[in-house]
Write a protein that binds this ligand. Structure first.
Ligand code: PMP
Length: 411
C-alpha cells in the first residue's frame, strides 16, 4: 500500500491535470525528468519579479538580495544531502556537467598512463564518456564491474578488478534502468582500500531516497535538479573540500579568480573557483525551493511510495504473457520498471501507451553497454514518483494488455 496521499500533492502540479489524446495524463517518465510543483515555479517567478540582478558582484541592494537567495539555495541543497559544509557544494547545469568537471579537473591532475578507472556495465553514458575522454588524454584504462545473474552489480567482481593502479571507482547510486539502489558504502570501502576516490552518479538517487554523502563514504557526488522537482539547468556536484581545494578550475572566466594578469591568474577558493561566469541564478533558487518541497514530504516516505508502486506494478505485470521484466527483486529496488513485450518494438509500445495518455520512455536510455549486457537493443521503461497512484498503474497495465493484443493481430 502506498504511504503518501498523491491526490493532495497532485494539486501542486498543474500539468498532471492535462489530457493527452483525450485521456488523463499518466506521467511515468520521471526517471528522465520530473514534473514541477507551483512552489518551485513561484520561487523563480518571485526572484525574477522582485530580486533579479547578477550575483556576487554588486554593492547594490538587488545584487545583495540575489546573492543571498543563491547562497541560501546552496546551504539548502548541501543540507539535503548532509554535506558537512556548503562551500563544497558546487552548482553545475546537471549531472553530466558535474561528472565532466570531476573527470577533467581531478582526472587531469591525478591520472597518468596505466592508471585504472573502474565503472560498471550498467552506467549511464554520463558516467562513462567523461572517463573515456580523460582516459584518452592520460593513457588511463577503463574497466567495468559486471552484473550478477540477478542483475545487481557484482561486488566480488569489483574487488577482483582493484589494484594499486586503481585511481577511481565511479558508480551510479541508483540505476536509471534496473531501478536497483547500489551499495555505495561497500563500493566506497573497496575504492578506499586501494587509495582510489569514489565518484557517485546520484542522478536517480537524490530525487527518490534519503542521501547522506558522508555516510556513503563518497568523495564526489553528482546530481541534477530537473529530476527532483527543480528546473532544468541546475544540478550539483558535492565533493570533499580538500579534494576540491587541490583541483584546478574546470572552466575559466569571471567570478572564479583572485588576481588576473595577461598571461596567468590565481584562482578563488571553493566554491567560486568552479562556478565561472554568471550562474543559472533563477534555476538554482528553484532547486532550493524543490529541496524545501521534497523535505516537506520526506525522502523516506517518497522512497517507500515509489517502492510500493513498483512492487504493485511488478505483481500485476509478472503474469502478463509475452512480457520480459528487467532488474532484480527486493528491498533495494526503487520505482523504475524496464520491460519489453515480445515481438513489439519498445517505441511501438511507448506510442501505443501515449495514445492512452501514458508517458513512458523507450530506447537505450543512454546505457548502451547495459543493453548489450541484457542482450537487447532497447527497452520500454515506466518510472514513478510520489504523485503517481495505484490507479495509474492499473490503467497502465490495462493499456499494455490492449497494446499487446492489438499488435498480436498483425503477428
Ligand atoms: N546518470 C543517470 C543515472 C541518469 O539517469 C541521468 C539522466 N537520465 C544522468 C546521469 C544524466 O543526467 P543529466 O542529463 O541531467 O545530466
Amino acid at each position: 500500500m502506498v504511504l503518501l496521499n498523491p491526490s493532495t500533492l497532485r494539486q501542486d502540479f498543474p500539468i498532471l491535470s492535462r489530457q493527452i489524446h483525450g485521456k488523463p495524463l499518466i506521467y511515468f517518465d520521471n526517471a528522465a525528468s520530473s514534473q514541477k510543483p507551483r512552489q518551485v515555479v513561484e520561487a523563480m517567478v518571485a526572484y525574477y519579479y522582485q530580486h533579479h540582478a547578477n550575483v556576487h558582484r554588486g554593492a547594490h541592494t538587488l545584487s545583495v538580495e540575489a546573492t543571498e537567495l543563491y547562497e541560501e539555495a546552496r546551504r539548502k541543497v548541501a543540507r539535503f544531502i548532509n554535506a558537512p559544509n556548503p562551500e563544497s557544494l558546487l552548482f553545475t547545469r546537471n549531472t553530466t556537467e558535474a561528472l565532466n568537471l570531476v573527470a577533467q579537473s581531478w582526472g587531469r591532475q591525478n591520472l597518468k598512463d596505466g592508471d585504472e578507472i573502474i565503472v560498471s556495465e550498467a552506467e549511464h553514458h554520463a558516467n562513462l564518456i567523461p572517463w573515456q575522454l580523460i582516459a584518452e588524454r592520460t593513457g588511463a584504462v577503463i574497466k567495468a564491474v559486471r552484473l550478477t545473474p540477478e542483475q545487481r552489480l557484482d561486488l566480488e567482481h569489483c574487488q577482483s578488478l582493484l589494484s594499486s593502479r586503481t585511481k577511481v571507482v565511479a558508480i551510479a547510486h541508483m540505476s536509471n534502468i534496473l531501478g536497483v539502489v547500489n551499495p555505495i558504502r561497500r563500493f566506497a570501502d573497496l575504492a578506499h582500500s586501494v587509495g582510489a576516490v569514489m565518484v557517485v552518479d546520484g542522478a536517480q538517487a537524490v530525487p527518490h531516497l534519503p542521501v547522506d554523502v558522508q555516510a556513503l563514504g563518497a568523495d564526489f557526488y553528482a546530481f541534477s535538479g530537473h529530476k527532483m522537482c527543480g528546473p532544468t539547468g541546475a544540478g550539483a556536484l558535492w565533493a570533499r573540500a580538500e579534494l576540491l581545494r587541490a583541483m584546478p578550475p574546470f572552466l575559466g572566466g569571471g567570478e572564479m579568480i583572485r588576481k588576473v594578469y595577461i598571461d596567468h591568474s590565481t584562482y578563488a577558493d571553493i566554491p567560486m573557483r568552479f562556478e565561472a561566469g554568471t550562474p543559472n541564478i533563477a534555476e538554482v533558487i528553484g532547486l532550493g525551493a524543490a529541496v524545501d518541497y521534497l523535505s516537506g514530504i520526506g525522502m523516506q516516505a517518497i522512497f517507500e511510495h515509489d517502492q510500493a508502486l513498483a512492487r504493485y506494478a511488478l505483481e500485476r505485470l509478472e503474469g502478463l504473457e509475452g512480457i520480459t521484466l528487467y532488474g532484480p527483486r527486493g528491498d533495494d529496488r526503487g520505482g523504475i520498471i524496464p520491460f519489453n513485450l515480445q515481438g513489439i518494438h519498445p517505441h511501438d509500445v511507448a506510442t501505443a501507451l501515449d495514445s492512452e495518455g501514458i508517458a513512458v520512455r523507450a530506447g537505450h536510455h543512454c546505457a548502451q553497454p547495459l543493453m548489450r549486457a541484457l542482450g537487447v537493443q532497447s527497452t520500454a521503461r515506466a518510472s514513478f514518483y510520489f504523485y503517481n497512484t495505484e490507479d495509474e498503474v492499473e490503467r497502465f497495465v490495462e493499456a499494455l494488455v490492449k497494446a499487446r493484443d492489438f499488435f498480436a493481430t498483425f503477428a
